[in-house]
Every structure is written in structure tokens, then in C-alpha cells.
Design a binder for this molecule. Structure first.
Ligand code: NAD
Length: 545
């Protein structure tokens, strides 16, 4: 790189194959695209002691070792917090406009280095290039939004005082201090930027624990942030196995922003509660797409393809259940199955593939188990349902199931892979009840030509996000609006005002002038309270309080 050693070229590969799920371009080896010196320079920024152990990180598509990643020990996490804490006051003392300018420069640097960045995201996650690009677009939107809107979000606000005109009240927002940021492997670019940009622009420093699998993307982003003007120590990166390094981060943080599974989220919440610090939790989902009888069928099919198979279904907001009105059900299913079988699988560092690899052996195993369990209990596999070792050891075909029942694991549990169950429905009451029959509440989509009908259905869905005539991008990419989960899908919100206010401590400063809030000029309490009651009633009548 130049800024990167990640070259933008693509390894040559066979032409798209014929038949169901033909393979697109292959990635034979990551090496020409990821020089060892570049990787070595990146890992220098991990906070580790001199004799840290390492763990090998494998590229999902080729199986090669990307890096022997140094592993931070709990003592290193403490050191990272010390450094971040030392850097934070000077960063917070800079005018908010200066901090916002760092986000603006970071935005431009990401696009200047787009091919390198997308290569690295693809190499670490195995996802298709279009899905890596979606991450970049989401990250850029968050940077632009918070660069422009942070001064407004953080502004000191005047509030009405108890005695109008005489009690001067303002609410001031202070940064929390040092935020602990814990991120998963599935969206290593978008989710990191969406969470770190507001934390930094609010004047916090951050100690960040990415998943081991996608640490290089985090390190690369950090390098760009430093080039954009962020003080070196304001963003610390620590590594390690989640159950070891994660709790160490929570132990020292002033606030924790966590994204990951519901199971881990509960542990983080318990630990944060024990320390009386706040946390936001962006967790799992079992998201539904609903196709009403007046929907545009073709658009709904295209939306289902995006919503089910982006990032090979390893997307917190992806659909694992589709409900189609019986009047459209057969037609929808026929089109959806045909289009799903035509999706090209591939790992090339270009736009040739529609669906990439799963990210890990653990993912491949859990997806396979869900499909096999459903098949054994009588579900029909209408598309996919197979591993594709001919494309790469962790590839799995986009899969459509029908005849799924509550006895199958895939019915209620999050699969977090390219597997969707399709159901028919008769009426709205029935479908809304079915869609809400889950412990989760992250994303839902409604397809209809009737805006009023969509809104009424949305209001009845127990879901932090509802997209209308779109899969997830409308809500996920509209970063001025907060997103997050209800129920077991989480606590708190990212993006929008909530996405930055969570990183601030609100302080009220109230200045009393002229009259004290006590009997005036030696009055008796009786006379004082009478007068006060009269004044309060008057204020109410005048509509002032
Ligand atoms: P995970 O909970 O196993 O890991 C997430 C992060 O937490 C990783 O960095 C991991 O190292 C760390 N971690 C693990 N144990 C920890 C502990 N005890 N304390 C603190 N940190 C710990 O999740 P995963 O399986 O890697 O990610 C997939 C899950 O994340 C899915 O359930 C998915 O729906 C969810 N997710 C949610 C969102 C969202 O915005 N709601 C976004 C992406 C992923």
C-alpha cells in the first residue's frame, strides 16, 4: 500500500460454470495480494508484550495462513487502557470541528484505497466483493454523517428552568472516557466504523477488540485513521480469544459497545452491570420477510436474494424466514428457487461472484447441522443444501427450505448462514403473529405496493428495524436513523443520535439568579408556599410550564 501491500488484481480463474450454482472466479492464493511485509507492519500496532503467543488466522477461501496473529494478554489490555486514558483528555479538548475533520479525511482515505481495502475484507471474511463494497459504503455513510452532525448532537442545550428566566439550565455532554469496543468477524469494516466514528468524534478514546479472524482489517482502518489525524494512542487494538480478552476489555472500560451473539451479549451485560457501566448490545436475529398479495413479485424476489444470501447469510439482519401470501406463494417460490440456483459462488477478488464463502469451519458445521436436522425431520430442500468443496473448502450453496416445522432447529434458532425457510400465509393477523413468534427482534421487511398497509404492519412488528420494499439496506444504510434490536436482539442503538449519545455522559448545570428557591425576604413558609402555588398555577394557565 503504498499504503498497502494488498494488490487490487484478481487471480485468473475458470469461466462461470453452467448449471445450478456455477462457480465464478477462483482465488488460488492470497499471497500476491497480501505481501508478508505489509502484514508484518500492520501487526506491529497490536498491543502485546514482548513474548506474546501467536495464533494462526486462515483465509476462508484458500485455507492459507494469513498471519500468525500476536495475542494480547490481560496485562496488555490494561496497558492499552492506560495509553488510551492518557491520550483521551487532549483529544477531547480539541474543538469538535477538528475531530469531525478527522472523520472526513478518513472517509476520503478509505475510498482512495478502495481496492486494497476490499481485497483485505474479502481475504479475511471470504465474502463476495459486492458485499465487501456494501461495507465500505456503510462505513463511508457513517463517517459523513457523524462528521456533519456531531457538532449538533454534542452541542450544549439550554433547558427551561424551574423559575422561568431566573433559573438558567443547560445540559452538557461529556465523553465517557475510554470506550471498550468488541466487534465480530462478519462485518469487520462497516460495523467497526459505525461504532468507532461516533465514539471518537464525541471525544472518547477507544480500546478495540476485533475478532481474531478479522483483526487485519481493523488494523488497516486504524492506520488510515492515524493518517487522517487521529492521535496514535486514541485507538488501541488488542487481540485474543473472546472469553479471555473480551472480559479484560469490559473490566477497564468506561462504556462497552458490543456486537456479537446473544449468548456472549448476556455475559457482557452481566459484567458491565457489576461495574455499573453502560453498554450497547447488538446481537442476533431470526429476521422475517413478508410478501403481501399486492407486492411487486419480481422486486420481492430480488430483495429476498439480497436479504438471504448477502455475505453468505452471515449478516445479523439477513432473512431466515420468508412468509408469502398464498395468492403469490407458488409463483414467488418458483422464481426465487430459479434465481437462487443461478447465483454464482466464488472467492475471486473481483465482482464475478454473487455469493462468497462461509467464514469458518465452525460456521460450515453449524449451517450443515441446521439443514441436515431439517431434512431429517421432513423439510424439503428446494435449492442448495450442499457443501461445495469444489469451489472452496468452506462454501455452502444458497439454500431454500419448505415444510419447516417448530420441531426443527432451523425454525427458531439463528442459523447465521445462507439458509431460508419459506412459508405461505392467509391473512395479515396470522402472518404478523408468526413473524413476531421469536425471542429476537432485529430486522423485518414488508413487501407491498400500499404504503399505509406497510406502515400499519411495521408498527405491529416487534423489530428494531422494518424495511419496506427493501431487504435491509434502506434502514441499515440510512445512518441518520438509529438501528438495533428489540428482545434478545439487543440493548441500545447504533447510528443516529442514540448512536453517539450512548458514548456521552450528560451533565445538567443549573444557575439560580435573583430569587432563591426558598422563602423570599424573610417570608413565613405559609405565605411562601401560597405564593408559589399561585405562581405555578398561573404558569400552567399561561402554558409556560
Ligand atoms: P461472538 O459473541 O462469539 O463474538 C463476538 C465478539 O465477542 C468477538 O470479538 C469475540 O471474540 C468476543 N467475545 C467472545 N466471548 C466473549 C466474552 N465472554 N466477553 C467479551 N467478548 C467476547 O459472536 P460471533 O459468533 O462471532 O458473531 C456472530 C453473531 O453476532 C451472530 O449472532 C450475529 O447475529 C451477531 N451480530 C449482530 C449484529 C448486530 O448488529 N445486531 C451484527 C453482526 C453480528
Amino acid at each position: 500500500m503504498t499504503t498497502s501491500g494488498v494488490t487490487p488484481q484478481t487471480a485468473p480463474g475458470p469461466a462461470p460454470g453452467a448449471g445450478a450454482n456455477g462457480a465464478a472466479t477462483r482465488l488460488e492464493t492470497i499471497r500476491p495480494h497480501l505481501p508478508r511485509e505489509f502484514v508484518a507492519r500492520l501487526v506491529e500496532d497490536v498491543v502485546v508484550g514482548s513474548n506474546a503467543g501467536t495464533t494462526p488466522i486462515h483465509a476462508p477461501v484458500t485455507g492459507e495462513v494469513i498471519v500468525e496473529l500476536p495475542q494480547s494478554a490481560p496485562g496488555d489490555v490494561r496497558l492499552a487502557f492506560q495509553k488510551a486514558r492518557a491520550a483521551q483528555p487532549a483529544w477531547a479538548a480539541r474543538p469538535v470541528g477538528e475531530r469531525a475533520a478527522v472523520l472526513r479525511r478518513l472517509h476520503d482515505l478509505l475510498f482512495d484505497n478502495e481496492p486494497h481495502l476490499l481485497n483485505l475484507v474479502q481475504i479475511e471474511t471470504g465474502k463476495a466483493r459486492l458485499h465487501a463494497y456494501e461495507e465500505l459504503a456503510g462505513a463511508a455513510a457513517a463517517l459523513r454523517h457523524y462528521a456533519a452532525a456531531a457538532p449538533g448532537y454534542l452541542k450544549t442545550r439550554r433547558r427551561a428552568g424551574i423559575l422561568p428566566g431566573l433559573t438558567k439550565v443547560s445540559e452538557v455532554r461529556h465523553p465517557k472516557g475510554v470506550v471498550g469496543l468488541i466487534t465480530p468477524w462478519n462485518y469487520p469494516l462497516a460495523l467497526v466504523v459505525m461504532d468507532i466514528a461516533p465514539a471518537l468524534v464525541a471525544g472518547n478514546a477507544v480500546v478495540h477488540k476485533p475478532d481474531n479472524a478479522t483483526t487485519l482489517t481493523a488494523l488497516y482502518l486504524r492506520q488510515f485513521a492515524v493518517r487522517a489525524g487521529l492521535p496514535q494512542d486514541a485507538w488501541q487494538i488488542v487481540t485474543g480469544e473472546g472469553p479471555v480478552t473480551g472480559p479484560a476489555v469490559v473490566d477497564h472500560a468506561d462504556y462497552v459497545a458490543f456486537t456479537g451473539s446473544t449468548r456472549t451479549g448476556r455475559q457482557v451485560a452481566q459484567q458491565a452491570a457489576g461495574r455499573l457501566i453502560g453498554c450497547s448490545l447488538e446481537l442476533g436475529g431470526k429476521n422475517s420477510m413478508i410478501v403481501f398479495d399486492d407486492a411487486d413479485l419480481e422486486k420481492a424476489v430480488q430483495g429476498a436474494l439480497r436479504g438471504c444470501f448477502s455475505s453468505a447469510g452471515q449478516l445479523c439482519v439477513s432473512f431466515e424466514r420468508i412468509y408469502v401470501h398464498y395468492s403469490l406463494h407458488d409463483q414467488f417460490l418458483e422464481r426465487f428457487v430459479t434465481e437462487t440456483k443461478a447465483l454464482r459462488l466464488g472467492g475471486g477478488l473481483d465482482y464475478g461472484a454473487d455469493v462468497g464463502s462461509l467464514a469458518s469451519t465452525r460456521q460450515l458445521e453449524s449451517v450443515t447441522l441446521h439443514v441436515e436436522d431439517a431434512r431429517a425431520k421432513g423439510a424439503k430442500v428446494l435449492a442448495g443444501g450442499r457443501r461445495r468443496p469444489d469451489v472452496g473448502s468452506l462454501f455452502y450453496e444458497p439454500t431454500i427450505l419448505s415444510g419447516v416445522t417448530a420441531a426443527m432447529n432451523v425454525y427458531a434458532q439463528e442459523t447465521f448462514g445462507p439458509v431460508v425457510s419459506v412459508f405461505g400465509f392467509k391473512n395479515e393477523a396470522e402472518v404478523l403473529e408468526a413473524a413476531n413468534d421469536t425471542v429476537y427482534g432485529l430486522n423485518a421487511a414488508v413487501w407491498t405496493r400500499d404504503a399505509k398497509r406497510a406502515r400499519e404492519a411495521a408498527l405491529r412488528l416487534h423489530s428494531g428495524m422494518v424495511n419496506v420494499n427493501e431487504a435491509y439496506g434502506a434502514a441499515f444504510g440510512s445512518v441518520a436513523a438509529a438501528i438495533g434490536g428489540m428482545g434478545d436482539s439487543g440493548l441500545g442503538r447504533r447510528n443516529g443520535a442514540e448512536g453517539i449519545h450512548r458514548y456521552t455522559e450528560l451533565q445538567t448545570i443549573a444557575r439560580q439568579t435573583v430569587l432563591p428557591l426558598a422563602p423570599w425576604f424573610g417570608e413565613s413558609p405559609e405565605r411562601y408556599t401560597k405564593q408559589l402555588t399561585f405562581s405555578l398555577r398561573l404558569l400552567k394557565r399561561l402554558g409556560l410550564k
